[in-house]
Write a protein that binds this ligand. Sequence first.
Ligand SMILES: [Zn+2]
Length: 119
Amino acid sequence: MEVEIRGPEGLRPDEPRHCAWCGRRLPGSGRIGRPRRYCAQPCRQRAYERRAALQRGGLPEDAVVLSTAELADLQDRLFQLRCAAEDVFTAASDGADPDELRKLAAEMVETAKSLERLR
Ligand SMILES: [Zn+2]
């Protein structure tokens, strides 16, 4: 199963950057030069190993490949986000007060944040 994502060149300067392996958000580098691509050495190593395996298999170097388990986990978290969004929609349709809506929206933000992690 192959899932391609946007390369770093498509990012706006103020857009948060994410580890190219696990998807965790990277801290702003604040320094001149090539921005870091991985959050930690194990991510860099695993990305290197996967890249080497991909090249042996004839896939393009920038292909992003998720295992079936990784994809299932991602789909679970996407489903949680949909449920959180539906909660907000239902509450708004039922005339919930602003505090209730704010609380539900905050939960949706937390669920969406967990989706920044790919693996
Ligand atoms: Zn990482």
